[in-house]
Write a protein that binds this ligand. Structure first.
Ligand code: GLN
Length: 594
């Protein structure tokens, strides 16, 4: 959570006596404040802006660039800027803006931070995420404390000054060689204008050798003419020029690679050398993007422009995401995984789950096909018919909030439990698995979850004691990284291979330990808990091939080269399930042929 007190308050006129000057304005236009010992030029900044339309893949581009720079030996971090007035993403519905990602320190943020963590293989923190709400809160707090010394507080220089300070705070934290700053939205939006202005000021303050601007645009393919159209890109670069920024590199997202003549056109109209027009056509995997950029010498172009030597020569560097490229070059047995939820129409709501499955499928050697199931259509009285499970080798019940769609998930959990179908329940999925088990296995027919039945007499899942005294929504849950003690000899222990794990949480409710004895007696095992053994964090059913639930979100910590162990275990179990179903089918076929 942004806290004004956390930021460096080294105002330019810190030494001015507030009382003596309260009645007059200090006559300086510069509101520059730097972290202590900040040295201009130590960190180079790359600003990534977007043009033409949103959703062109700026996040994947920024993450791929960060990944490549790191591969060449630079120390790198990445900042995501979002224009909205929310202080963080905690109160945003995933259906509107994609998944809420959670960092180790508990920051609830945009899903792009997840992409950065996966590509950088690094844990980020609150300083990697800036929103207009965060900036304005700092400013309004300062204004109330009288820190602006009688001045009128303005977008320029106060808001832009605070934005620059936040970026420098992150840069200095490393200090990093390069900070990649992605400005969300599209150039020309009202929401991000102050961020683009701050980037323009940085070009001047930090010096032209220390700041680079990359503009990512969409180059649409005109079906009728059979060609890519550059006009939207030209206009978008003009919009950026009007704001005082000449991009150094233009990255063109398109359905097909750019031809030489398209590159030439963009180069001519946008004042950019031809080799700085980077072609980024659609691919079958985001893990190809770094290689694609590397082939166009993107890092060399960046290093030239920023006047730095590459720490590692290109021939010394390891191959980027080579295991993914190898995986993509072969075919693999296909398995179908069902994801049940209420946000299934927007797949971005579950982007980390999809990534965790990707990491696991590469490690296990399987192709995964996703079946999205909207559980708002089902309930205990309206269960899915058996046909829904045809061809499914595993079920994931993801996290969620509120009543809608919750009861509909329970028959899916029951089916998985009773039919030996691999199951992974994440957060809400863990809680609902307990409810299902309590109702159908422990005779607690009225077992309920306090989130959708506050008055229940059988609160098997209830509000965390810490949560009872809290009011308000933003940042009030149990958030961020916490230790999980894993019980030896359990399935979870087999997956982790360790007795301690660090996982990320975002919840208000938890398992009510009053029911622990009964539930364990009936065959469900709590194989992970807080080190003080107070909060249950992993459940499993030892007699089932793979029935695991987690109070945390394992999808958030999965990385391309380190698939999250429970996800990997689940995908392996789903593959085993598919193989045994196939074996049975072949046996029946052989039996019929005899
Ligand atoms: N709504 C549940 C809770 O607050 C689950 C949260 C989640 O799935 N992230 O505990």
């Amino acid at each position: 959570m942004a806290d004004a007190a956390d930021y460096n308050d080294d105002l330019f006129f810190d030494d001015v006596d507030l009382d003596a000057h309260s009645s007059r304005t200090v006559d300086t236009e510069a509101i520059e404040f730097f972290p202590t010992d900040y040295r201009i030029g130590r960190t180079k900044y790359i600003f990534v802006t977007g043009g033409v339309m949103s959703g062109v893949g700026k996040g994947v581009f920024s993450a791929s660039l960060g990944h490549l720079l790191k591969h060449y030996g630079f120390t790198v971090s990445q900042v995501k800027i979002d224009g909205y007035l929310n202080q963080d993403a905690g109160t945003i519905n995933p259906y509107r803006h994609g998944e809420v990602f959670v960092l180790e320190d508990g920051t609830e943020c945009d899903m792009d931070l997840g992409t950065y963590e996966r590509f950088l293989d690094d844990d980020l923190n609150k300083n990697n995420y800036i929103t207009s709400g965060k900036v304005y809160r700092i400013i309004l707090d300062k204004e109330r404390r009288g820190e602006y010394l009688g001045r009128d507080v303005q977008v320029v220089p106060h808001v832009t000054g605070e934005i620059k300070n936040l970026m420098r705070t992150k840069a200095h934290e490393g200090p990093y060689d390069i900070l990649v700053v992605e400005i969300g939205g599209t150039v020309g939006d009202i929401e991000n204008i102050h961020f683009i202005e701050a980037a323009r000021e940085m070009l001047y303050d930090e010096g032209r050798d220390n700041v680079l601007s990359v503009h990512v645009t969409q180059v649409p393919y005109n079906e009728a003419a059979g060609e890519l159209k550059t006009k939207p890109t030209q206009h978008s670069v003009k919009a950026l020029l009007q704001l005082g920024i000449q991009p150094d590199i233009v990255v063109c997202r398109s359905a097909i690679p750019l031809s030489t003549s398209v590159r030439q056109k963009i180069s001519l109209y946008c004042n950019i050398a031809e080799d700085r027009v980077i072609s980024s056509p659609d691919t079958d995997s985001i893990y190809r993007v770094p290689t694609l950029l590397d082939r166009q010498k993107t890092v060399q172009i960046v290093a030239d422009k920023l006047n730095v030597n590459l720490p590692q020569r290109p021939d010394q560097k390891p191959k980027v995401f080579d295991i993914y490229l190898k995986y993509l070059s072969k075919s693999h047995p296909e398995i179908r995984i069902a994801i049940t939820g209420k946000y299934t129409a927007l797949h971005d709501s579950y982007v980390s789950i999809l990534n965790a499955l990707d990491h696991s499928k590469v490690s296990v050697g399987a192709e995964i096909d996703i079946e999205w199931i909207d559980t708002t259509e089902f309930s205990g009285d309206r269960p899915p018919d058996a046909g829904v499970f045809e061809g499914i080798s595993g079920i994931i019940v993801p996290g969620g909030f509120g009543e809608r769609g919750a009861e509909g998930k329970i028959p899916f959990i029951q089916y998985a439990r009773e039919n030996g179908l691999p199951f992974l329940g994440l957060c809400y999925g863990f809680q609902l698995a307990v409810i299902e088990f309590a109702r159908n296995q422990c005779g607690l027919r009225d077992a309920a979850h306090a989130e959708f039945d506050a008055e229940t007499e059988t609160p098997v899942i209830y509000l965390l004691p810490d949560q009872r005294k809290l009011a308000g929504m933003g940042g009030t849950m149990r958030l961020g990284g916490h230790e999980v003690k894993v019980r030896t000899g359990t399935m979870a222990h087999g997956c982790y291979g360790s007795e301690l794990a660090m996982e990320r949480f975002r919840h208000r409710y938890e398992f009510n330990n009053q029911y622990r004895e009964l539930i364990e007696h009936k065959g469900m095992v709590f194989s992970g808990m807080t080190p003080d053994e107070e909060i249950m964090q992993i459940l499993e059913i030892p007699t089932h091939p793979f029935f695991v639930g987690t109070q945390f979100h394992p999808e958030l910590t999965s990385r391309p080269y380190r698939p999250q162990p429970l996800f990997r275990g689940f995908v392996q179990a789903a593959l085993n399930n598919a193989n045994s179903v196939e074996d049975q089918r072949l046996a029946v076929q052989a039996g019929q042929a005899e």
